[in-house]
Ligand binder design. Structure first.
Ligand SMILES: Nc1ncnc2c1ncn2[C@@H]1O[C@H](COP(=O)(O)OP(=O)(O)OP(=O)(O)O)[C@@H](O)[C@H]1O
Length: 483
């Protein structure tokens, strides 16, 4: 999905030209309320979020434009903004940037002098019309970008047997458990036996499956991935096995081949197999045993030749006990089990992933090479990563986008990393005292890294209803990072 920050260069050019033309300051926010561009006063605020409850945040929520010229009035749109009384803006017009009717950003034009304010109020109708055109232009640019990317992906998918770059050597990981998994995978790459990859979401199951395929004799033939959880149950059968003409209402004339046939001589990757319905489990079992499929609505058996790799993050043993996963299918797919550990159990790999992803995103986003502040790196290594490698990858993408210098620091981390309620995430082996320590430290740290509080100890102490002296003591005790 194209985000507003993906057209950053175009936005910067627009903002500067419009500000010059209108004689007012102009700013643009992304879908999270982060200022991604701005002129004059806003220059120093780029990369920072606007306060909760602010006029611009409301526009992001409602998708409605507006004009505010008396921030202090009780019915002003800024009434719930904490920084209302310190605000230097005299008048502001905000207009949503919509993508398919969903707000993905805001354009703001702001007056800081009485003269500018008067001009804004006099001309506000024209200005709103102009912003509406600009917003449409930005929306079109985003949609065009999305369509181009989509077309590129489709082209790549349609090139038969395109070699994929993921090999065993591209799987990052020095932890002994991962080395062991990769070693086993190498040994079975050329076998026809079914592999079952277990692991939490985002641990690299698909990456491993692709490496097995690419390092096997089947690599010249397709690797076909099917996410069994993402396809509605009634469609999954025809998706997997194909259908004949007239098999159901809406079926294509001439029928359609399914993923098993598409993967002929290659590999079929059945992701989230634990989410397959009992009925389909039975059909899949038969296919795996007989190595033939029957298209939906057809009565001819078609033999298949493809390697099956299945993956799941579900506890299949528990599911068998509950009767929601078939025991016979379990034994059929669990021939070569490979388990990927969650990232928090292989912390020695986190540093390498951080370096890898920083390089990747600097490259993709055309940014100069960056590095991470060593203190932040330690913090990231200690973090629990419930979303595993995928979450780490997304967090680094965010940080590379946000960083204004070549050193990524605490001010660049996404808020959601700090908003984790239980920092120990039910890890075993910690006492109540240690847990409470981490819990309190985490709460305080969140306040110090929250832009809204601007490191203001009086404000933080008052919000937490503790004395300033207590706050200072805790600051020292927990060695908190302040922005
Ligand atoms: N060892 C690795 N080296 C480099 N990148 C990796 C590695 N493992 C995973 N990744 C990256 O992490 C992300 C998640 O990987 P992947 O999609 O394979 O996880 P998954 O376990 O299949 O997730 P899910 O169960 O949610 O589908 C991908 O962007 C992938 O490129």
């Amino acid at each position: 999905m194209a985000r507003i920050s993906y057209i950053q260069e175009f936005i910067d050019a627009c903002v500067n030209d419009i500000a010059e033309m209108l004689g007012q300051d102009v700013t643009i926010l992304d879908e999270n309320g982060i200022r991604i561009s701005g002129t004059g006063y806003f220059n120093d605020l780029i990369g920072k979020p606007v306060p909760e409850g602010s006029f611009f945040k409301k526009i992001l929520q409602t998708g409605k434009p507006g004009l505010v010229y008396d921030m202090k009035k009780s019915d002003s749109q800024c009434i719930s903004c904490k920084f209302r009384t310190q605000c230097r803006e005299l008048a502001t017009i905000g207009f949503p940037i919509l993508k398919r009717n969903k707000p993905v950003g805001v354009i703001g034009v702001v007056s800081f002098s009485a003269k500018q304010k008067k001009r804004m109020i006099d001309d506000h109708e024209k200005l709103i019309r102009f912003l509406s055109h600009l917003s449409t232009l930005l929306e079109n640019k985003l949609i065009l970008l999305e369509l181009t990317k989509h077309a590129e992906c489709e082209m790549k998918e349609n090139i038969p047997h395109q070699p994929d770059k993921i090999l065993f050597s591209s799987i990052i990981g020095y932890h002994s458990s991962l080395k062991d998994v990769v070693h086993k995978a190498q040994r079975v790459a050329n076998s026809i036996s079914t592999v079952l990859i277990r692991g939490e979401s985002g641990t690299g199951k698909k990456v491993l499956a692709k490496a097995i395929h690419n390092e096997s004799k089947r690599s010249k033939f397709p690797f076909v991935a099917v996410n069994c959880a993402a396809i509605p149950e009634n469609l999954l059968e025809s998706e997997l096995f194909g259908y004949e003409s007239g098999a159901f209402t809406g079926a294509k004339r001439g029928g359609n081949i399914g993923k098993f046939e598409l993967a002929h001589k290659g590999t079929i990757f059945l992701d989230e197999i634990g989410d397959m319905s009992p009925l389909l489990q039975a059909k899949l079992l038969r296919v795996l045993q007989e190595r033939t499929i029957n298209r939906v609505g057809g009565n001819r058996s078609i033999s298949i030749d493809c390697r099956v790799i299945a993956a799941t993050n579900r506890n299949l043993e528990e599911m068998m006990k509950e009767g929601t996963f078939r025991e016979d299918l379990y034994y059929r797919i669990n021939v070569i089990p490979l388990t990927l550990k969650p990232l928090k159990e292989r912390r020695e790999d986190i540093g390498n992933f951080i370096e890898l992803f920083i390089r990747k995103f600097c490259n993709e986003l055309n940014k100069r090479p960056m590095r991470v502040d060593p203190e932040l790196k330690n913090w990231l290594i200690q973090y629990n990563w419930p979303g595993n490698i995928r979450q780490l990858e997304n967090a680094i993408e965010y940080m590379v986008n946000m960083a204004e210098t070549e050193v990524i620091g605490f001010s660049d981390i996404p808020d959601y990393l700090l908003n984790q309620e239980d920092p120990m995430n039910n890890q075993r082996g910690f006492s109540l005292e240690e847990r409470i320590f981490e819990y309190e430290k985490n709460i305080l740290q969140r306040y110090f890294l929250n832009e809204e509080y601007r490191n203001n100890k009086v404000l933080i102490a008052s919000e937490l209803q503790i004395s300033l002296a207590t706050l200072y003591r805790k600051l020292e005790k927990y060695k908190l990072v302040t922005k």
